[in-house]
Design a binder for this molecule. Structure first.
Ligand code: ATP
Ligand code: MG
Length: 570
């Protein structure tokens, strides 16, 4: 899956092999190109929130700059005012910082170059390399031809320079309707590269821009803005995804008309991140938000960085995952279990183990004195000696997980059943003596146990007991809401079906809200974003939207192990 053997746990830089992009860069450096400057940029279009695919580009753009002592700009490619919003700009900045990268004072906007781009367009007209076309977009696209058949030249292709200049000015003055005219580059209608067949470079859009207001009635096409913006900023390496490979000759053609020295940005394309059980296109993510299939861009089921953050993913786990999959020239589908593994690996080291019972069943310890209670010591995180310990209150009535009791358990059920013994984690061994059942519903109401005071955790006295259960003291626990998330789609490639819309593959059980969970008292003061391992259940994170001081709501980040592949095989 990867030709990049980089790994988070390889500390020795020397032993890391270079990926193909780093190899190109080192080649350029060894030839002294661009005075040995390395300057990259991350160029999002502010028309949605960033997703984990963008994280792959961010880690590369900023990572390369860091590694080679260079710089990385943040540039908003804001050429389409009808789809762009300030909310997106702010979220993009927040997400990049969260991932651990910084653009310093280099926050740029393609809209800052609108005048330069316009002047360049005028320049092209003067050189006879651009013309105003009065035909509709449909006709223009029909005339483009096919990859094996040359296109048809527009009847407006040989307009005079004066007429073109006049019309472009009037287009920008707002004298024509949207769609009435476009400006096209005069390149080659017979090129084998469709992007070279007189591409549209300006269109009329009578939409105010969030940065330039009503100044412009025409806006440059992305392809006319992107490469030149890199050039204006002195970018040395323009790293982008593979689909732009076929655009490169056009970008080069524009730079050829523009440049006045040897300098030009070098574009290098890499494979995009695709994840199983996920859609990644911003258009589709927007549809999920707008049609309320999810609660917003930051819904914990979304592959957006804000969603993953809310879900409890750490920035490090995402960076490690991206490092593991690496950068290649081949399109690949990345297995989501690899991402889930990465978050477990990180949280295992960082998250304190705590007690939470999601589906409570009351257990009464009949030989524990009524009214008595004690504090039992428990280690916070066995993987982290620095994490210390805390105490858990224990008393006569506790809750265990309903699933941990069976009336008539099979032999290999190492949990609780009549006559059986289990250990309560960090507490005592208890034995089930009896239970009470609602005979109408079949529901178990209470379980009666005795405890063996000799077996207190840490006392050294132990018996062979196979099962260890998590629990909370009934009197001391508090009620909380816990949200369990499952995959948003129940198909590996939801947008990979020709005859079916991706919406059809939404998993109806992707969100389960549990309202009656019993949590150990220390969790009451948990703060937004704080992460825990609920013993035996998985990793959980305090939700940053619904939580209130003293009343945390928890999101399940990930279960302790991958249960999905097992379910699927059944
Ligand atoms: P989408 O296809 O999701 O709508 P986009 O490419 O239109 O995304 P941009 O805002 O233009 O989104 O992307 C900014 C940068 O992020 C580009 O350089 C693009 O190549 C890169 N990028 C976008 N999606 C991915 C992905 N899945 N994997 C790697 N890089 C990506
Ligand atoms: Mg794009």
């Amino acid at each position: 899956m990867s030709d990049n053997k980089n790994s988070s746990d390889t500390n020795n830089e020397q032993t890391k092999s270079l990926n193909f992009i780093e190899q190109f860069i080192e080649e350029d450096l060894s030839q002294g190109k661009n005075d040995n400057r390395i300057h990259t940029r991350f160029p999002p279009e502010p028309n949605g929130y960033l997703h984990i695919g963008h994280a792959k580009a961010i880690c590369l753009d900023f990572g390369i700059a860091e590694k080679y002592n260079g710089k990385c700009n943040l540039r908003f490619d804001d050429t389409n005012p009808s789809k762009e919003e300030i909310e997106y700009i702010n979220s993009i900045k927040e997400d990049i910082h969260w991932l651990g990268f910084d653009w310093e004072d280099r926050e740029y906007y393609t809209s800052d170059y609108f005048q330069k781009l316009y002047d360049f367009a005028v320049d092209l007209i003067n050189k006879g390399l651009a013309y105003v076309d009065d035909q509709s977009a449909e006709i223009i696209s029909e005339q483009k031809g096919t990859p094996t058949e040359a296109g048809v030249e527009s009847p407006y292709r040989n307009r005079s320079v004066e007429e073109n200049l006049e019309l472009l000015k009037r287009m920008n003055n707002g004298e024509f309707d949207e769609g009435a005219r476009v400006l096209r580059a005069k390149v080659d209608m017979a090129s084998s590269n469709m992007h070279m067949r007189d591409p549209i470079i300006y269109r009329i859009m009578k939409v105010p821009h969030h940065r330039t207001g009503n100044k412009w009635n025409i806006y440059p096409m992305y392809d006319f803005a992107h490469g030149q913006s890199d050039y204006f900023e002195g970018i040395t390496h323009s790293l982008c995804t593979l689909e732009f490979e076929v655009h490169r000759p056009l970008y080069d053609w524009f730079i050829d008309q523009l440049k006045d020295s040897d300098y030009r940005p070098r574009q290098i394309e890499f494979n995009r991140l695709n994840l199983t059980y996920t859609v990644m296109s911003k258009r589709k993510l927007l549809q999920l938000v707008e049609q309320n299939y999810v609660e917003g861009w930051d819904d914990p089921r979304m592959p957006t960085l804000s969603g993953l953050r809310r879900r409890g993913y750490t920035a490090l786990s995402i960076r490690n995952f991206i490092d593991k999959i690496g950068y290649t020239k081949y399109e690949a589908m990345n297995d989501i279990t690899l991402l889930e593994h990465s978050v477990r690996e990180d949280l295992n080291k960082k998250a304190n183990r705590v007690m939470a019972v999601l589906d409570p069943l009351k257990v009464i310890i009949t030989n524990y004195p009524e009214g008595e209670e004690e504090e039992l010591e428990t280690v916070n995180n066995p993987e982290d000696p620095e994490a210390g310990s805390r105490t858990l209150p224990f008393s006569r009535e506790i809750f265990i997980e309903r699933k941990d009791f069976m009336e008539d358990p099979p032999r290999k059920f190492f949990r609780m059943g009549p006559g059986r013994e289990v250990r309560l984690k960090s507490a005592y061994i208890i034995k089930c003596e009896d239970y009470k059942k609602d005979h109408e519903t079949g529901e178990i109401i209470e379980v009666y146990c005795t405890y063996d005071p000799e077996t207190k955790s840490g006392s050294g006295v132990s018996r062979k007991v196979k099962g260890t259960l998590h629990w909370v003291s009934a009197k001391h626990a508090f009620n909380a809401e816990v949200r369990l998330y499952d995959r948003l789609f129940n198909d590996e490639t939801p947008d990979g079906h020709k005859d079916k819309d991706f919406i059809e593959f939404l998993n109806p059980d992707s969100l389960t809200i549990l309202k009656n969970c019993k949590l150990e008292p220390s969790l009451k003061s948990a703060v937004k974003g704080e992460k825990f391992q609920f013993t035996r259940l998985g990793y959980f994170c305090v939700d940053n939207k619904y939580s209130k001081p003293g009343a945390p709501v928890f999101n399940r980040t990930v279960a302790l192990r991958d249960t999905w592949s097992k379910i699927k095989k059944k």
